[in-house]
Design a protein. Structure first.
Length: 196
């Protein structure tokens, strides 16, 4: 089983996270940010990842530090659980509808951090959640996971639906990319001989 456990403590957040790539979609999420809890639960379920996240953050200030740092720690967890990436499929994509929203997510577990996010969010808030924090979460995740991640929005009007489609699509695209290809189980999926 490909697993990782990460702890990260700063003056702003105290985070514990465990991840199993070969899970069933079970999750226990308590970030202190209700909307992010919902999104990470969906992410784990659709990716079939077992995920536990606990965060004690300075949400009395705002949710920025908690959301960004959880993205960082989740990225670290993926990088650690994947190891040298031997035998993985490497690429994954999902075109996912969520009511009126239609989102494409594509990932390459390349060892190089790149985020292209061509999604427009109509509202600045969903409930108490600042929607600009989606970008901060994704940046933290991509930098530490060292992956190329692309989002393209083809349709969408409801901000909640758009973000939900993004997290579900990310889970499913990553689930495809991290799978072991049994025909190439002993190979690094790169002509360079490493993914870095």
């Amino acid at each position: 089983m490909r697993k990782s456990e990460i702890k990260r403590t700063t003056a702003e957040t105290d985070i514990s996270l465990s991840l199993c790539l070969d899970g069933t979609g079970k999750s226990e999420i308590d970030t202190g940010v209700g909307f992010l809890d919902h999104m990470l639960t969906l992410f784990a379920r659709h990716g079939r990842f077992d995920l536990t996240v606990r965060c004690d953050g300075d949400t009395n200030v705002d949710d920025h530090h908690s959301v960004e740092d959880i993205g960082i720690v989740l990225g670290q967890a993926f990088a650690e659980a994947l190891g040298d990436k031997r035998g993985i499929v490497r690429y994954g994509s999902m075109l996912l509808p969520m009511d009126e929203a239609l989102i494409l997510c594509a990932v390459d577990l390349s060892g190089r951090a790149c985020l292209v996010n061509q999604v427009s969010l109509p509202c600045q808030k969903v409930g108490a959640f600042d929607t600009e924090l989606v970008q901060e979460f994704l940046l933290g995740f991509v930098r530490k996971a060292e992956i190329s991640l692309h989002f393209q929005m083809f349709a969408g009007e409801n901000t909640h639906h758009i973000i939900e489609a993004m997290f579900k699509a990310l889970g499913r695209a990553l689930s495809s990319a991290v799978k072991i290809d049994e025909a190439f189980a002993d190979e690094i999926p790169s002509t360079k001989g490493l993914l870095s």
